[in-house]
Design a protein. Structure first.
Lengths: 245, 265
């Protein structure tokens, strides 16, 4: 379903240094697969996600989703992004809109659904993430965990084929991580294709099909969560796991 | 302690002003006979206009006629200033070098030349080529002038919105324009209301400069009335007060809008 072929991505810092975010990066993700990406900061995890819906331009290589090279000049990237939901570390809810309007806006603007239709879908999803009673409040009145659940509902409202989570629980207070992970676990069990950047190894163990350990823009090691808990091979993997577990 | 000292300083300044005014009017030998009673009829009067229009009713005096024109000029210029400013402000952030360069050139050109000169150029040069009326030339000059400042305010407002907002919108499949319209601009406008209000208050005051192209605005009518009656002090105080009515109303209105929009905070 998703195919990364020899992707290179380099960032230039303001002081003109080059930072290699992805180096000859290749991987495949199948439909229905839940992939967890782990790795130290600056290892290219977020870049990997952001290339997957072209929030970043790549230097070379190909990223093919359902047979379409999304970096092709003729591709309508907006059409592709409709199918890929993204959840951000800092939620990025629209602060000038109520919870309900956050979830209906893109449905109406992008999917051209009517107000009634989009509201109905939004209510279903807000119910699903357990926050329907807050539909008329603004984000400033929500806790971090609640905001992130709204953000998940907002992404799901587009009925995406793939969901990406970019450190979705990293900015949350510890007692709120669980409520967000529960929503993500439910999604995974429903068969959603998910690419999840996280350090929550409990989540990885419970629902992931594959864990990918990245460092310096490359995949160092990949396998099941169990593999990472019991016998990681590479020294870098062991060192990293000893720091987060 | 600080309060006492500050009020003491204020009192001193007021005393100095009062003393200077007293000195000015007495010791320097200027005797001025105030004719405030002539002012009300310049604002409103009850009577007939001329032999052609002999109906006796409440009519606007010259200053009120000027006030209405200044109001009209200001509203039209603010309207076009917002449109020009928003478009140019977005262009300033374009990835297209030509668009970015042209919009930057416009802003720099307009901000770095005097408005009075711009009014003359637009009226005498552009206006005579395109056969613009004084009103069209005056409002065009003011709109273009305000547009440059609004553009910078809009640009700063857009840049102040966290880039995650654009990323979230785009990741949902919105185009750049859709994201701007539904997500970025509504938030940016809320944030730039105070500087915009300041800009438009300036614009109302700057509109007095169009009196130089014989547009009969408040300032022009005031000057004419002074030339006719020599009651310079009374008339200019009244003109100042009428400008104050407009600017203060705008100021109050924006504060009201700001409070209304603060609901989502």
């Amino acid at each position: 379903m998703i195919d990364f072929r020899h992707v290179y991505k380099t960032f230039r810092t303001p002081d003109r240094r080059e930072v290699k975010a992805l180096v000859d990066f290749s991987t495949q993700i199948n439909k229905g697969e839940v992939v967890v990406i782990i790795g130290p900061s600056g290892s290219g995890k977020s870049t990997f996600l952001r290339c997957l819906n072209r929030l970043e331009e790549i230097d070379s290589g190909e990223i093919i989703i359902d047979g379409v090279n999304i970096y092709d000049k003729d591709v309508n990237i907006n059409k592709i992004r409709e199918e890929i939901g993204m959840v951000f570390q800092l939620f990025n809810l629209f602060p000038h809109k109520t919870v309900l309007d956050n979830v209906t806006l893109a449905q109406q603007v992008v999917r051209k659904r009517t107000k009634e239709e989009s509201t109905e879908i939004a209510r279903q999803l807000l119910h699903k993430v357990g926050i329907l009673e807050k539909e008329n409040v603004y984000q400033s009145q929500l806790s971090g965990g609640q905001q992130q659940r709204v953000a998940i509902a907002r992404a799901l409202a587009m009925r995406p084929k793939i969901m990406m989570f970019d450190e979705a629980t990293s900015a949350l207070d510890p007692e709120m991580i669980g409520e967000v992970l529960d929503v993500m676990k439910t999604l995974a069990r429903e068969g959603m294709t998910m690419v999840v950047v996280t350090h929550e190894m409990g989540f990885a163990r419970e629902v992931s099909d594959r864990v990918v350990f990245m460092d310096e823009g490359q995949i160092v090691e990949e396998g099941t969560a169990e593999h990472f808990f019991t016998n990681p091979i590479h020294e870098r993997t062991k060192l990293f796991l000893s720091q987060i577990l | 302690m600080t309060f006492n000292r500050r009020s003491l300083i204020t009192l001193c300044i007021l005393a100095i002003i009062a003393a200077s005014v007293y000195y000015f009017f007495t010791r320097r030998g200027i005797t001025y006979i105030w004719h405030w009673e002539k002012i009300p009829e310049m604002v409103f009067y009850h009577g007939s206009k001329s032999a052609d229009d002999p109906v006796v009713r409440l009519r606007m005096g010259v200053l009120m006629i000027g006030f209405m024109l200044t109001l009209k000029i200001s509203i039209v210029s603010i309207f076009f200033g917002i449109i020009i400013g928003t478009i140019v402000g977005i262009c300033r952030l374009s990835h297209e070098p030509v668009t970015r360069g042209l919009s930057a050139a416009y802003v720099e050109l307009i901000r770095n030349t005097p408005l009075l000169v711009q009014i003359y150029i637009i009226y005498f040069f552009v206006g005579s080529m395109l056969r613009l009326s004084a009103f069209a030339a005056g409002t065009a000059a003011l709109s273009i002038f305000a547009g440059a400042y609004v553009a910078e305010i809009v640009r700063a407002g857009i840049q102040s919105i966290h880039k995650g907002q654009m990323e979230a919108s785009r990741s949902l499949g919105m185009t750049y324009a859709e994201a701007m319209r539904h997500v970025i601009l509504p938030q940016a406008f809320k944030r730039i209301i105070p500087p915009l209000a300041g800009q438009f208050i300036s614009l109302i005051k700057d509109s007095s400069l169009v009196s130089v192209i014989a547009l009969a605005d408040l300032m022009f009518q005031g000057q004419q009335a002074v030339a006719r009656t020599y009651h310079a002090f009374e008339i200019y105080f009244t003109v100042a007060f009428l400008y104050l009515v407009m600017t203060f109303t705008l100021s109050m209105a924006t504060q009201y809008i700001e409070r209304r929009l603060a609901i989502s905070d």
